[in-house]
Design a protein around this ligand. Sequence first.
Ligand SMILES: *Cc1c(COP(=O)(O)O)cnc(C)c1O
Length: 232
Amino acid sequence: MTPDIEIDRGPAANLQTILARIDAARKAAVAPAPKTILVAISKSHEAERILPVLEAGHRVFGENRVQEARAKWPALRERFADIELHLVGPLQSNKVREALELFDTIHSLDRPKLAEALAAEIARGARAPKLFIQVNTGVEPQKAGVAPQDASEFVRHCRDALGLAVAGLTCIPPVAENPVPHFALLQKLARENGLAHLSMGMSDDFETAIRFGASHVRIGTAIFGTRVTVQP
Ligand SMILES: *Cc1c(COP(=O)(O)O)cnc(C)c1O
């Protein structure tokens, strides 16, 4: 048998396909979020691969490293107005100031020390980002995020003690596992804590995430293709 050949139609064509699939998944869902925002994850891809997606009118992008974002996005922001940049990777407390200069939304608030650093920087006058608390729904030791049983307490700590505006929750289900229980758990935790937004769903499972109320899907490979750079 001949193997299926994946033809790379380019990021702009892929973007249209993904937007159509998001739309179809929302129509098929019983209770989708009021809106589902596509965060195009451009980590490891160079500006020339991102440009066609910007030229097609898309403005919401995600990166997982502060340094890489700083190298790529200021120049793109000079050319395209209204770019919204999301951090989807872990954030070190000592990079908070830099992160707040670059990112409009942070999906990876995962520990008290980081919450405190964010609150301190905002008190000093930094622009407050939209914040998502990351929950380690699979309780994987190597993965960032608060444990599900600690999530509600951490939400309260961020909101009440530190005065942070928490927008929602994020999860990254374990690879090669059915994501459904993870999406369902995140949805339940968000409801219990009165949080409107859910950042969940990637290239392989975003349609399922939309069924469980995803407000933000984070899609890289299905738009930009396989990542060539090996990330540390
Ligand atoms: C890389 C990454 C994505 C995108 O994953 P794809 O499978 O390429 O769509 C989404 N979320 C996070 C946190 C990521 O690091």
